[in-house]
Design a protein around this ligand. Sequence first.
Ligand code: SF4
Length: 505
Amino acid sequence: MLPSFFESVLQLIVRTSTDLPPDVRAAMKTALDAEPAATRSAQALTIIAQNIDLAADAEGAICQDTGMPTFEVHVPIGANQVWMRQQIREAVKEATRRGKLRPNSVDSITGKNSGDNLGPGTPIIHFDQWERDEIEVKLILKGGGCENTNAQYAVPVELAHLGRADRTLEGVKKCILHAVWNAQGKGCAPGAVGVCIGGDRTSGYTHAKEQLFRTLDDVNPDPRLAELEASIMATVNNLEIGAMGFGGKVTLIGCKIGALNRLPASFFVSVAYDCWAFRRLGVVLNASSGAIERWLYRDPSHPIIPMLDQAGFTRTGREVALRAPLSEAQVRSLHVGDVVLISGRIFTGRDAVHSHLMKHEPPVDLRGSVLYHCGPVVVKEGETWRITAAGPTTSIREEPYQGEVIARYGVRAVIGKGGMGAKTLSALKEHGAVYLNAIGGAAQFYARTIERVDGVSLLDFGTPEAMWHLTVNEFPAIVTMDAHGNSLHKDVEQESGEHLAAIGG
Ligand code: SF4
């Protein structure tokens, strides 16, 4: 067999999870330079840039959500795909054991996490044959937050702020703009979209995701699609959704469009949204040994250029220092736009914990607590745990539960990303609590604010879903929903809706 194949795939996984490709780095650098200093978006992009540098230096996961590993493999005719599939699965398992991938494979019936990223449908591996005497393996790691913002339109369709989208390229443009607007900060903007015009519901989404294997700076060989991509990129940033949906000049870093034939009765526009943590790499392997002959998307002979030439997140002196547990008076004194630095004990909790709290008492006293929407990457070292990546997860999934959790158990602050809805906003006001937005994907940055892991509850849910008890030191976050009924997310959605009507209507 191919003696180096396993090691080559393992290297590919580790590099993809920890080091963004040069085209994405360049686009994020341009985004950083475009935002005026001291704006919320610029602050968010500075933390993102610092996080990208930290991840590459320490070979740590760029984002704690290492997503659905999706492999596209080209092999010479006659290659043993059964053996290769098994080796790729073993490499995924090993990368998970080393903490480079978070265990992300969950049984959809029982909710049990397999713990090693293996299970029916995970990882995704597609094989194709070609007539070249070499093996190509490409990998994309696309997380759940941005996956949840994917959209598929059956055209013609009526769209908010845009009116009717017809079966024309103008109609397709409306669908793409609508999908980006709808994502707001939930998919960790600034993101990139892969789009498929046509196909059926299944092939449309597959082809849309395949577009994300193109580099951000390429030019579509089809001049009609090249023009559409350019037209989207020329206007989409006028939406002013900005980094993390904070409002700002850069909303999208790339738009890549493909087309498939369709049935006469169907016209789908499928949009695959990827976040700024756009992790995609590839390798070409020797067909006899499986050794890496060259990398795709990156040139290892060129040194990695750091994203930041300055200090990174710097204090202005106006930050509000908070030590958990918090009092009602403390949180009621906060307003949208305040930057806080949290120290002391915080608890993680996301989908499984919130659902559990609807029927059971919490395993710890949550009065005055700070609840962090986070599914960290955790490594067990002897009897202790170490968190290697710990950014926020998309909060809107907890909207059905959050208000009640705050009311019942006295939670004073919720940290997450992307904002929450009207029910939570009203609970914040009624019970005296705040929503704090951390920067999505900045997993290395936030992991460094964790002083220690004090304990864990509900570990049966799997490491990403368990409730971790953490002591943090000066964890920075921005108040985006306060106890006075204000929500930055609501304001940006409304204002960007008006911009959407102006540019696409
Ligand atoms: S950067 Fe945001 S959307 Fe992307 S994988 Fe991480 S948490 Fe999910």
